[in-house]
Design a protein around this ligand. Sequence first.
Ligand code: HEM
Length: 425
Amino acid sequence: MSAHETDIEPDVATSRADVPRAVFDAFSPEHWPDPYPWYAAARAADPLFPTPLGVHLVTRYQDCAAVLQDNNWSHAHEAELFHPGVDQLDLPTSFLWMDPPDHTRLRGLVSKAFTPRTVADLRPRIERLVTDLFDAIIEAREVDVITALAYPLPLTIIAELLGAPAEDHPNLQRWSGALARGFDPDPLLLPEERDARSQAAREFVAYFRALITRRRAEPADDLISGLAAVEEQGDILTENEMLATCVTLLVAGHETSVNLVANGILALIRNPDQYALLRSAPELAAPAVEEMLRYDSPVHMTTRLAHQRAQLAGHTFGAGDGVVLLFGSANRDPAAFPDPERFDITRYAGQTPAKRHLTFSLGIHYCLGAPLARLEMEIVLRELIRRGITMTPLADDLAYRRNLVLRGIASFPARFEQQSSAAVP
Ligand code: HEM
């Protein structure tokens, strides 16, 4: 058991009366490094918890999965639930926050430009970048995993894919950070965080408007040019639709994956037996990524709002009622995953892999970038194996970002050493 786990009261929320507090304790900054015991207590006690925001928290896998796959539950109202009075975070609306038929139309058009082939073609570029990042890490020996690997990898790949020049990447990262912070419910944000979100939205729109205009005039070999060229039976993406798509791809394309890389490396460090197993069986790289996604979800929650009266977990929801689906809790639900608190890289290997985790959602909003996120992390794991890297944490307690939706590590000092015998061409 790791040091931070022993700090947690073992009898957390053992009585029924403590449970509402327990589920909110899971969100308190001091417990953010390990909210899982609180989730477990809440999930065991109740499938639903009312909140001061008026929405219910949904704790169990089966209920979260049911909502995600039922189009009566809409994702078009997240702004009303989390950001009342703010118009879709001051951005043109992304299809992420639309219902059919608008969602169907836009997702279809975007999928024509951002295809499985687009992702597969990125493999050599990702491999080269990961090699370069690890060259620098091994040379420095002691690094912050977040700034040395977890951010630069997905940010560089998605920004390059869109066609943003390298000198613009720091701005894109800054604006993304402000938007990502602003995904949390507004009552949890400081006034300056809300201002920074609006400012970032304005900067993003101005930036991508100019880039889209340039690419329309002079197409290049990038995704923005691809989106500009997409056409389906006379239908095309309007400028606002392209703007919303670019911001979504950029932000969703790295503010999530940063947590996959960092949480995944942390899981390997904290479970040396699993890292040893991975190094002895590189074919487990892909299943290990899947387990990392389940075990420590890079996106901890999403929202849905009922279009019509609905039953869920014995409760009747009226039209307009909202829920927050706790992926972080659902993915550790013992009713869905045997021994759920165990990090087991063979869980998704073999003939009968485990149930799908909810980390990429389910249903019509299933993550469009899942193949890219998986590919990036698999290449990181293969590089760790190829170089025979040993990893040592340099801090007992890790600082977590001020972010509930995109829960992840803020700073992660660690030492990386490469076995001198490892063959690195
Ligand atoms: C580990 C990394 C990632 C995680 C955990 C993740 C998670 C998610 C989740 C949970 C949703 C659906 C939200 C909901 O149903 O309410 C989603 C949607 C989406 N994601 Fe990801 N994502 C990741 C990486 C990416 C990447 C790399 C891209 C693009 C390059 C991307 C693009 C999108 C898009 C466009 C949608 C909207 C899909 C739709 O509404 O139809 N994501 N993602």
